[in-house]
Design a protein around this ligand. Sequence first.
Ligand code: HDD
Length: 710
Amino acid sequence: MKNENQNEKLDQLNTHSTSNENEKLTTNQGLKINNNQDSLKDGERGSTLLEDFILREKITHFDHERIPERIVHARGSGAHGVFKLSESLAEYTKAKFLTETGKETPVFVRFSTVAGSRGSTDLARDVRGFAVKFYTEEGNYDLVANNMPVFFIQDAMKFPDLVHAVKPEPDNEMPQAASAHDTFWDFISLMPESMHMIMWLMSDRAIPRSLRMMEGFGVHSFKFINDKGKVHFVKFHFKPKLGVHSVAWDEAQKISGTDPDFHRRDLWEAIENGAFPEWDFGVQLIPEEDEHKFDFDLLDPTKLVPEEEVPVQIVGTLTLNKNPNNFFAETEQIAFHPGHIIPGIDFSNDPLLQGRLFSYTDTQLSRLGSPNFHEIPINRSINTVHNNQRDGHMRQQIVKGKTSYEPNSIGGGCPFQAMMSEGGFTSHQERVSGDKIRKRSQSFVDHYSQAKLFYNSQSLPEQTHLQNALIFELSKVTIPEIRERLVGQLAFINKDLAKKVAGKVGVQVKKLKHPNQSLPADSNIEELQSEEREPDTKSSAALSMKDTVKDTIKSRKIGFIIANGADGKAVNSLKTKLEGEGAAVELIAPSLAAVKADDGSLLTPKHSLTSIASVCFDALYICAGAKSAKELMSPENKHHVLNFVNEAYKHCKALYFGADSKEIYNSSNVGQKKHEDPAVITWDTADAGKQFITAISNHRVWELEQERNT
Ligand code: HDD
């Protein structure tokens, strides 16, 4: 039967797929194996014979089954999907997948953290990669994006330094998947250009609730070229239909222990359950002639274009609807490259992008081991490849014919160059002239205005989280001078922020002498870095998560804490209601044994109180029923139940206490509350089910965090 989510790329992958179902075990040469238990020996107790080709093949393959992990973005999770265009961009670009309304293009998306190794936790405080490979009819187009719209550095020359600084320190290989250490903050404190990105990195964006609930940004300005040769600068955006949501830092750290695969599992389960993650795809378009109309440089990747100045036009939907069949073959072997473009899209002169154009192919050569990495099934384009490149390690394609050069007459001149009208790619022709020079443009030197813009745009809870993140990170820095220098940088963004952080990390706010090696020697440091340069009042609503989408509980995970004697009717009716809204309900009981409800029905728990933690759920229902409540408050269970409740409360989640759970309520921290709290629903709340749903869709009551924690 044809899967309804099948697409051209999946059809192509099928031709490379195999299944072992009902098959006999063979060697790699197809020889059927009769004994996979014992090696060939010189007598039952004798030494193993060199002749044992079956053992040798098995061990040799095993010995070579690891490849180098990605130098950055090693930890990742991916899925197949489709991009559907809803508005034609033909006025701006000739890229076919963006011009034919209704057109569906197969995609593979890989999300990642940046700093950690392949096996590191998903919940590290980090940037998330959001790399999309569009398998278009004109060839592969890769949008190698992040979940933050700006970057740490302005020039690719600094990329190895940045990565060396954030990765585990070279002497002791610590810490894993964390920016909270000396070398990272040493580098950052000396690089004022990173301060805007640091605001994003210290914000809750760095600890997403789900990969399905984060934005994607192409970061650089790219170019769109239409069929008349007209150029627009373009910034790419993905906006999640479920809204942008995060977890608390305390929660993130606990999730890292309880379920380091939290994001990977969440993505996998959502797709398996048919709750396909979706994003609106949008563009900000700037006519070429307006390039210099902004108070920053469009080529500077540490700057964003505020949505108030250039709105994001939504033109399509990205949907992920199929999990990979094989992690290594697909998610690990996929090779992205910002240089994989198609007619109608071109690069800007952003010096970070220019460096990336070299780096990605280069890294695949060492990671995947051969210039034929494009032939690995997941990397193949859906249109066929024809050129005179040949041979090399692991060549798969068998190209017929005598010629592998051009021009040729023996092969009839094939393959031919394509004319532009036939889809032949031409780089956009533009006039360039300049001195050969190693110098940063003066238009790149304002490092603080947009850092301020970001900080000013945050709601109060978001600002508090950002301060606390800085305090946490800098508290792990052992060298006071580095802490002091970083606080000095913060003072250019917001004095109050600097003071608060300084007070907690044991340093003074001092005026910096700017040991900034990235500034041109002849720049006017005083003028460029004065905090008076921009008023502190500018803000942009789009930069805060406060007003993000909050109208759905689709795919949220709700834990029901139950025990024998639970009110079966209440449990089932709430469960049906929540599931009807698309949420996933999981039952948690004192053990994995079936729970006998008061009406005699059996409820099967998915978890026991000790096998999962509160941090793995978006909301909790403490089940109704006097007998159930009594068992939950027994000496054996009480501690676990209260821990669940207290953590959910601390992390600002929705809690619903069913009938007879008053003792649990009173014994927990919730019972101490003296404030109104719309996310605490009890046995006497009117229209409790509806209130619970509203509270879950609001994600968290961050605005009550202080009240809930005092
Ligand atoms: Fe990069 C991987 C995104 C700057 C060099 N990068 C990588 C991935 C993402 C990004 C999402 C993971 C792709 C995957 O899932 O396989 N990188 C970015 C963004 C950047 C950026 C949004 C700035 C706007 N990167 C950047 C620079 C360089 C690199 C400046 C080098 C000069 N990036 C790499 C790399 C990686 C990579 C070393 C590691 C694995 C890979 O490429 O395939 O080449």
